[in-house]
Design a binder for this molecule. Structure first.
Ligand SMILES: Nc1ncnc2c1ncn2[C@@H]1O[C@H](COP(=O)(O)OP(=O)(O)OP(=O)(O)O)[C@@H](O)[C@H]1O
Ligand SMILES: [Mg+2]
Length: 248
């Protein structure tokens, strides 16, 4: 099977140093590492938001480094979904319209889905992520966990091949973080490929694999059971023991 994501000897001076890894379709992988180790930079490179100094990134076999910014933006819009710690929703729009925004943007390019179809798709995502009843609310009238789950709906609206998330639970309390992770695990079990950055061993413990970044290099990897299998407590303990070994 072809790798969905292939990162080859990626350098971004002076932050990333020959980072290589691959992800199969359907995997959920966490990137961990100390503050300043280059986690966000790596994610932005994978997303093509920035040009590497050297090295390559392939999405489903297609090289996405060394192509124009315009083409990279198109790939980001149509083939990737993004979730950030700072949720970046538009204050003037209600929750549903925020979720529809990337679809409207994509439709200007593609014109392939009607407004009604898009609305139905957004509502079915919202139903699945338990935020449908909030669709008419403004972004200030929902909790942090609800808002992040709405952001995940927004990231899924253009049916991305991969979801990229930078500290998606970083701004949330424990129970909201657990709900957001339940959502990621559910989407992953349904086939969504997810690459996320986190500081939290509980969050990482719910992924299938963890990469450890130190000073811009991948210097460790931990394989876990597939997401959803085993008890969360046991998974978290495994991660904590490994992190200790990595010098966390
Ligand atoms: N645009 C930039 N120009 C120059 N240096 C940068 C830039 N962005 C980040 N850096 C530096 O690159 C290093 C890695 O930053 P990055 O944000 O990728 O780290 P991180 O692992 O995500 O950290 P954190 O856990 O705190 O989010 C840091 O030393 C940072 O100061
Ligand atoms: Mg970061």
């Amino acid at each position: 099977m072809e790798d969905l994501l292939r990162v080859e000897a990626l350098c971004r001076e002076p932050i990333l140093d020959r980072v290589s890894f691959t992800m199969n379709s359907g995997e959920m992988v966490a990137i961990m590492g100390p503050s300043g180790s280059g986690k966000s930079t790596l994610l932005y490179q994978v997303a093509g938001m920035d040009q590497p100094t050297s090295g390559r990134v392939y999405l489903a076999g297609q090289e996405i480094t060394g192509i124009s910014e315009e083409k990279r933006a198109e790939i980001r819009l149509h083939r990737m979904g993004f979730v950030f710690q700072q949720m970046n929703m538009m204050g003037k729009l209600n929750i549903l319209d925020n979720i529809l925004l990337p679809a409207a943007e994509a439709n200007r390019v593609l014109h392939n889905r009607s407004k009604l179809e898009l609305r139905k798709e957004a509502e079915s995502l919202m139903q699945k992520l338990s935020v449908l009843e909030l669709k008419e609310r403004s972004i200030t009238e929902v909790s942090g966990g609800q808002l992040q789950r709405a952001c995940i709906c927004r990231s899924m609206i253009n049916r991305p091949e991969i979801l990229l998330a930078d500290e998606p639970t970083g701004a949330l309390n424990k129970s909201a973080a657990a709900e957001v992770m339940d959502t990621f695990v559910k989407l992953n079990q349904e086939g969504t490929t997810i690459l996320l950055v986190t500081h939290d061993s509980k969050v990482a413990g719910r992924c299938g694999r963890i990469l450890y970044l130190l000073d811009g290099r991948i210097c460790g990897e931990l394989l876990l059971q597939r997401p959803g299998a085993g008890t969360q407590k046991r998974r978290e303990e495994t991660v904590n023991q490994w992190l200790e070994m990595m010098g966390w």
